[in-house]
Design a protein around this ligand. Structure first.
Ligand code: XMP
Ligand code: MG
Length: 184
């Protein structure tokens, strides 16, 4: 397999590393205030949320345990179908816990809407969502999101955990791929 070229495959940097970091500062400050005095469990969705989880959680001025889930949403290519399968479940019992789902992106909203229902049914005291990115024009279902980093246009983005065919996750910013990269 040929190595993906981070230099030539990108059309533009949509959100810089500095913009992401400054926004995560704000989000962490709000989370600290909102959950002051409460227990808090961070739940990350693999693999996309790895960078957001690392950079958001270390900005909190409190201890917050984290756990991880891996889900796959049936569907082809870059589209989500809403039919979700759990590939790796949580190790933690959610009974009575205040859960904050940490996500990279909400596109159609189908995955998170399913996840909200699933985690809520496990007896959590509360389930809220923090996402770095949201595409308002792509949303097919209403999902109540408590913390949003950036609303972005309805275009395919990579970097900062987001991949195209497992490439580009490790870009330190959010970028737009040239259409020919994923149309081929
Ligand atoms: P839904 O549509 O269910 O999708 O909200 C959520 C999942 O789809 C992936 N996704 C993307 N991945 N660039 C990506 O690299 C994108 O622009 C994009 N939009 C959706 C992602 O895994 C997300 O959790
Ligand atoms: Mg994801």
């Amino acid at each position: 397999m040929e190595a993906a070229d981070m230099g030539t495959d990108l059309q533009q940097v949509l959100i810089s590393r500095e913009e992401i970091e400054s926004r995560l500062d704000d989000m962490a400050e709000r989370i600290d205030a909102d959950y002051a005095g409460e227990d808090l469990l961070l739940v990350g969705v693999l693999k996309g949320a790895v960078y957001v989880m690392a950079d958001l959680s270390r900005r909190l001025r409190r201890s917050a345990p984290m756990d991880w889930m891996a889900v796959s949403s049936y569907g082809s290519g870059t589209k989500s179908s809403g039919v979700v399968r759990i590939l790796k479940d949580l190790d933690t019992d959610l009974t009575g816990r205040h859960v904050l789902i940490v996500e990279d992106i909400i596109d159609s909203g189908l995955t998170l809407s399913w996840l909200l229902g699933n985690l809520s049914s496990r007896g959590a005291a509360s389930v809220e969502i923090a996402t770095l990115l949201r595409k308002p024009e792509a949303m097919k279902v209403e999902v109540d999101v408590k913390y949003v980093g950036f609303d972005i246009p309805n275009e395919f983005v990579v970097g900062y955990g987001l991949d195209y065919a497992e490439q580009y996750r490790n870009l330190p910013f959010i970028g737009l791929l040239k259409p020919e990269v994923y149309e081929n």
